[in-house]
Design a protein around this ligand. Structure first.
Ligand code: ZN
Length: 291
C-alpha cells in the first residue's frame, strides 16, 4: 500500500477530470512599445481572454523600451502555437525578424491586434502577413486599399495615404464571410463598443479573406466606405488573424472583440474553431461590454 493515493486525492483527480488537463496550445504575446499607452493592461486583458478558454497557456515577451538596444530581443517563436502582437514600436533585430518570418511562413500562426498593424511599415514580409496596415507613411507604394465593390472587398490601387479613423463611436460589424471558422454562428450584424474604425489601410493585400467589415460613416468623419475589420490571411503555410479593433480597454472588453479574438487565435493556432459563441454575444442593436 506504500504507493496508494489517499482516497480524497483520487476523488479530487476524478472530479477535476479533463478540465485539469494541460492547455492544448502555447501562445506568446509580444509587447513593449506602443503609442497606445494602455499596452501593459491591454496585454493582460488579451492574456486573460486566451487563458479563460482553457485552450491556451500564455507567455509574454516584452521588448526593451524605445531608445534602448533591441539586440537581446529574440523570443523563441518556434516554441509557440500562436504569436499575438500588441506591439507598435521600433524595429526588431534582423535575426528576430528573420526568425518570425520563418516561423509564420513555415506553418506558424500570428494574431495582429489593433495598432500592431501600424508597426513595421518597411518590413515586406510583415506587411504580407497583415495584408493591410496603417500609418508609418504607408501609401500606394505599400499596396492597394481594400474597397467593398459588388459584394466583396477588392484591391484598389488609387494613390493615397494608408491609415486613418474618424471619431470614436459604437459601430455595427457586418459579417462578410459567414462560413469561415472564426465567424460561423455569429449574428450577421453585431454592435461593437466605442472604438476607432480604422480606414484606408494599405498593403500587399494578398491571400486575404475579409471576415467582417464596418461602414465608416461620413457623420463620424469616416470615409463613406465599408472598411475591412476582421481578416484571415494565408502567409506561406501559416495562418494570420487580423483584427483592427481594440483601441481602448472599453473596446477590448466588448464581447464581440473578446469572442472574435479568442476564436481568431484558436483558428490561427489550429485551423479550426471549437469555442462556442457566448450567450451574451451582442446583436445589431446594442454593444455588450464586460466589466
Ligand atoms: Zn488606436
Amino acid at each position: 500500500m506504500r504507493n496508494a493515493l489517499p482516497a480524497a486525492a483520487i476523488l479530487a483527480l476524478l472530479a477535476a477530470g479533463p478540465a485539469a488537463s494541460k492547455p492544448k496550445y502555447k501562445a506568446l504575446i509580444v509587447d513593449g512599445q506602443s503609442n497606445h499607452r494602455i499596452w501593459p493592461e491591454s496585454t493582460q486583458l488579451l492574456k486573460g481572454y486566451l487563458e479563460e478558454t482553457k485552450l491556451f497557456a500564455v507567455d509574454i515577451a516584452t521588448t526593451p523600451p524605445a531608445g534602448e538596444s533591441m539586440t537581446g530581443f529574440q523570443p523563441p517563436f518556434f516554441d509557440y502555437d500562436v504569436v499575438v502582437s500588441n506591439y507598435n514600436g521600433k524595429s526588431w533585430p534582423v535575426r528576430t525578424m528573420w526568425a518570425f518570418e520563418k516561423y509564420v511562413g513555415g506553418g506558424g500562426a500570428f494574431v495582429s491586434v489593433h495598432a500592431a498593424n501600424n508597426a513595421f511599415p518597411e518590413w515586406v514580409a510583415y506587411n504580407e502577413m497583415i495584408a493591410v496596415g496603417g500609418w508609418g507613411n504607408r501609401t500606394e507604394q505599400h499596396g492597394p486599399r481594400l474597397r467593398f465593390r459588388g459584394g466583396k472587398f477588392v484591391p484598389d490601387n488609387t494613390p493615397g495615404v494608408g491609415g486613418g479613423h474618424g471619431v470614436r463611436h459604437e459601430f455595427p460589424l457586418v459579417i462578410r464571410d459567414p462560413n469561415h471558422p472564426v465567424t460561423r454562428g455569429l449574428p450577421p450584424v453585431w454592435m461593437h463598443a466605442e472604438d476607432e474604425l480604422y480606414d484606408r489601410l494599405r498593403g500587399p493585400a494578398k491571400n486575404v479573406t475579409v471576415l467582417a467589415g464596418a461602414y465608416s460613416a461620413p457623420e463620424t468623419r469616416g470615409t463613406g466606405e465599408h472598411e475591412p475589420i476582421l481578416m484571415a490571411i494565408r502567409y506561406g503555410r501559416g495562418r494570420v488573424f487580423h483584427t483592427t479593433l481594440g483601441h481602448s480597454l472599453t473596446a477590448m472588453r466588448c464581447v464581440g472583440f473578446i469572442t472574435t479574438f479568442q476564436r481568431g487565435a484558436e483558428w490561427a493556432a489550429s485551423g479550426t474553431v471549437t469555442l462556442k459563441v457566448p450567450d451574451d454575444f451582442p446583436g445589431a442593436e446594442k454593444a455588450v461590454v464586460r466589466p
